[in-house]
Design a protein around this ligand. Sequence first.
Ligand code: ADP
Length: 878
Amino acid sequence: MKSSQVPFKEDPEQIEFAKNILISLRDPVVVINEEGMILAATRKMYEVFETPPATLQGMNLLSLLEDKKESSRIPELLETLRTSEEAVKDFPVLLSSANLKRHRFSINANRLPLYNQKTYFLLCFTEVHVLPDGNIDYRKLLHEVLSEAPALICTLRGKDHIFELANHKYQDLLEFREIIGKSVKEVLPEVENQGFIKMLDGVYNTGKPFIGKEISLDLKGENGGKTVMLDFVYQPIKDAAGNVEGIFVHAVDVTEKVLNRQSLENSEKELRNVIDTVPVIIWITNPLGEGNYLNKEWYQYTGQTRKESLGAGWVEALHPEDRDKIYQNFMEAHRERKEYHAKFRLRNKNGSYRWVVDRGRPKWTSEGEFEGLIGTVTDVHDDYLKEQVIKENEHRIRSIVEQATVATAVYTGREMTIELANDAMIDLWGKTREVVGKSLREALPELEGQPFHDLLDKVFTTGETYWGKEDRVDLMRNGSLETGYYNFTYKPLRNEEGEIIGILNMGLNVTEMVESKTLLKERERHFKLMADLMPGKVINTDASGKPIFFNQNWYDFVGLDFEQLKEYSWENFIHPSEENEVRKKWSHSLKTGKTFEMQLRLRDKDGNYLWHLSRNEAVKGENGEITMWIGISTEIQRLKEEEKRKEDFLKMVSHELKTPVTSIKGYVQLLLNLLEKYKLEIPGNVPLKPSLERIDNQIVRLTRLIAEILDLSRLEENKLELKEEEFDLNEMVEQTIQDIKLTNTQHQMEIFHSHRARVFADKDRIGQVLINFITNAIKYSPDSQYIQIHVIKVGSDKVAVSVRDKGIGIDAKFHKNIFKRFYRIGVESKETYSGFGIGLYLANEIIERHNGYIEVKSKIGEGSDFSFVLLENKQENE
Ligand code: ADP
């Protein structure tokens, strides 16, 4: 068609010339130039092509031809015209008109006389089937038909089926073997045993046509042969008398069609197979919603038969409770031609119902017509149950969280939406339930500027749990910003895939604890300050005696700091003379928890030993266990010196008094003896004897006092010696009481020997103790004259002598102190009862040196019971 685009540059004069030639002609005639370009055409020609003259003019003939095969013949025609200078006759050609009608023409053409040195041709088109004069050339027509027909056509003549005629297509099939005039057997020897000859014979002999459908024909060929499928008709050709002369063969090559169909069938079959084998139920409906197809899986799953599931029969396989609703939805989807989605229980062939998901989509033809729905049914029972379990679990978790006493909340997403928060958390926040569902930022705007949003974001990003310990949080509670301290966790929550979806927040208000801790620290500071301000030396040790604190006085005294002092141990500052005793007493205290108390000398930084009174007391926990010790050492150097001076003075006085008192006693005794012997009468009734007896009595007391003071100083100087011997305790008690009775006649003293024992001890000293007990009992019982003395067995190997009075008694709080040197109870009593407060001190010392002990039982106003306990000397007894 390209040539039609070549500019038409013919001389108008020449066109005029061409037109003039044609003017008188009635037939379809054109004048063309050497390239086939149309210069002019007759009116008839316009009609044939249904094209206005202007369009036709300048067009190339080639563009009017229908197919390539034909168009290739025009140049051939032109070539013939150009070279041979002869006219061309009956040149057949198939032309198409503008409306694509096909026209079969035979062209008669000849060269026009030269005009302006240019060659032109005149082509006269004659439509083939209808000749201008009305005569039909049947042979030609037949030939045309045969060659044009899309079928394979041939005619066979005679009983040997000689090829008489065969169209181009037929010849093409046989790869252009020479066939005309030859028998079928000769031309196609390979078809004999394919049954064709027999069929031909049959037609020839019976005169009945034979119709073959999709019969395959194997042909041998140069390139290995081929197989074609043919639909064909063997039509007998009969003469006027009705005798069969030959056979008209009309065959259509349906190879492609059959193959196509077969492959279509195969793929359809495959598709159906696939549909039937997939483990899903597939259904297809028509536009009315009637089930017109269900795959095998459906029947296998439900156990329904094809008949049962027909139409709306499939609904019967649904759970009765689901049926109506689902069917309504299903029909609605069809009516509205929309997607359909449902979840229901489907009965399987075992009669149990399982949850399935049913999904369908509308199906449209290529023309856009609604065809119905196509859908699938999937068993989701297990997933559904799992989902239910998860839901159930979620519900349970929710209720656990709700009920938990620990403040708990769950945030989801990076924006930290409060998914869950239990009452404890709501309460902690000081908010209402309304915060649930809001983001944390929205719910607790006061957190802005505090580190928590960043912390949460970090946990969400890294997946690492955050543990808050005593973190400060400022929360808007009851309308004011409150500072609190919390222990809390931000723990990431993950889904099944391990992605972080939220955060679990658990919190505990520890404000009180933190505050009390701070208070404690503050108190500790106060305590230290106080301890530092105290004049004494304060030490604080743990339960095992290891120092944990010394006050400033300690550091100042020894000239060391804490570390050095701790290292060096305070015990190293004790005077060697007291060291052993301290160790003994201190370890005893540590073991028993009893208070340690002792006077001892401590060395200061200049090496001087100064007297201290040290007292270590155990601090006990709630269950009575020792938690620590607090010790205070108070310097008593001056007191000690004072005491020493007093003692020295007393010692000196007693010493000096001893001789005069003894001589006074001697003279008094002498005078008494003289009075007795000579029965002297003093005129004027002077009570001489009673006066002398009084003096003697006072001298006994004075002597004892002097003895006590001397004993005291001996004790101080460690010079109190014991003269131990074995003696009968009961006898000793009897004698002592008798002696006392001599000088004291008012008091009634009764002895009870409930046990008899011998002891190994200093008899005089033990007597001294008993005398002290009895003189005290007399002295402190101004309104009662009755005193009991008991000798009793204690344990398995001890004996006790107890002195009981009905006197003023002693308050329990003084029980310990009365054994201390110079200790006396009350100021009042000092006036009423004379004494120095050394009697019990000496008694205690003496008994302790005998490895015994003194016990006191007394209540104020009810009298006292003093007893000393000694080890019985059993060996001698037995
Ligand atoms: P004193 O010389 O004062 O009697 P002691 O050492 O013998 O000294 O006694 C100490 C203190 O114990 C007394 O001052 C007195 O208060 C109290 N005491 C001792 N024995 C008795 C008793 N039997 N009844 C009441 N109080 C007593």
